[in-house]
Design a protein around this ligand. Sequence first.
Ligand code: SF4
Ligand code: MSK
Length: 624
Amino acid sequence: MKAEAFTSCKATQAMIEKTTREGVTTVFHRVQEKKTCPFGSGGTCCRLCYMGPCRVKDDGQDAGVCGATAETIAARNFCRMIAAGAAAHSDHAREVALVLLAAARGEAPGFEIKDEEKLWAVAQDLGIDPVGKNKNRLAEEVALKVLAEFGQQEGEISFIRRAPQKRQEVWQKLGIIPRGIDREIVEMLHRTHMGVDQEYVHLLLHGMRTALADGWGGSMIATELQDILFGTPVPIRAKVNLGVLKPDHVNIIVHGHEPLLPELILLAVKDEELLAQARAVGAKGINVAGICCTANEILMRKGVPVAGSVLQQELAIATGAVEAMVVDVQCIMQGLGQVARCYHTELFTTSSRARLPGVTHLEFDHHRGLEVAKEIVRRAIARFPQRRKVEIPAEEMDLIAGFSHETIKYILGGRFRASYRPLNDNIINGRIRGVAAVVGCSNPRVRFGDLHATLVRELIANDVLVLVTGCAAINCAKEGLLIPEAAEMAGSGLREVCEAVGMPPVLHCGSCVDNSRLLMAATEIVKEGGLGEDISEVPLCGCAPEWMSEKAIAIGQYFVASGVTVGFGVAFPTTGSAKLSEFVFGGMNEYVGAHWFHEPDPVAMARTIIAHIDAKRKALGIDV
Ligand code: SF4
Ligand code: MSK
């Protein structure tokens, strides 16, 4: 298959061609060999016990050996995806909370409390009185409180109270307010064990509770504590795509999700002794670039360049210009190890939870994090003289990132009367038709990055303000959609607003855990007034056109449970069961005022989103 068949990204095409020439296998090669199974893809392959595995047809007759029907099997699989996604985000949050605790106690050199304003706000939302406490004592209390919420058995997780009152009442009525983060995830795994919960609506209701424990729990904790430790993002200009790698510098790529060690690597590369060592081997300096959500985290706060999104991880190494790649958790392909062995790159796993066969493991221990960071930089420098054939694509693009929900408030309302009112006014007067969140991964089974870009161009041309996170944000940035000049591609109303404020029509709101910022933005829109009393009434829609991970399903489900209708592209893991699909694509609406939809075509997805936004406008009486 020709490289152009996979994507229109020239940098990606060039590296697919290079790896093909050099006999190196990547995700783009492997996907051609692996055909999908319709039972697995549609959700009706069950391997929960060894009376099976059972592949079940949705014909009203077929069932697994235990009698489980297609809808039960698909619902259990779907709920397990939610549980795994929620676990990933929440375990990330736990790690950040432990580092915050150690930093507050002076036990984590290199880490400190950077955003005291956020610390106060978070403390108050957790029911902690900040008055009279110094920042370290307050941070210690905050860390202990959130750590307790993982194992809490009764009551409600604290951030749930941030949601609009009407939304909380919906959850109360359904009995789906999370009690504790770990509790809901464990119960989800229990309920989906062979022979436990076998009624699909009942399963999905707990699926929603588990997803809410992620969105308003784990993910929100990760975002808030990272802001406390590293600062709340504000708009910042940077560069994106493989062209950010420098031919005359030692290049270090940080990849994964947790910004903890990468923040220390950024400190280490400023060390004069290490810079001198780099010069001694013939490099002009040390360049750090990111991949995936680690990239988004350090981009948003430090303007660190982004080398690429998830499908470019192996290709970055194939440039022959990467001395070290440092990975932690989530979205790290095992294929990286094999690709690294074909070049001079040293690949480091750094989390106690994740190793790759044959790969150097240098564990990040926050008590001696800076030492670990320096060791990685030192070893990267030592690899520089081993470079062979270097080919760095020329493509790079400017972008602006850093749109936390607090920043959106300041930008639209001004520092001294920060408010979502101007956004609401512009939605009411129709300049902005509505808001769409375009999030999630990329998937080599569809044209990489092109679905994101096509969809987003269509949305902004129709005056829909777009908020992006995760790999979707990186892909849109590569297409020049995250600079103020992109307003030229917007409809006249949205363009007017963007030009007045000087902002792009597509706002980069962060990493995957930062989808929690979008929940807060939706909440602020409701609280500002004029657009209904609940998130489900706002002209707002979410989507993940190129999704692939279990985390994406967890995110999608917490948006739906919070009242935001969500569309997914590629394939959808309930389509093997008509009953379950009817429920997730429609019936869920009766419970939470929102539902899922599946649409693989990006233009058709844009039309569905716009129609959804228009219907919400009509219901509000603002269809002018
Ligand atoms: Fe088959 Fe039932 Fe076992 Fe699933 S739980 S593998 S459907 S027998
Ligand atoms: S990194 S979860 S591929 S967005 Fe968050 Fe990208 Fe999806 Fe991983």
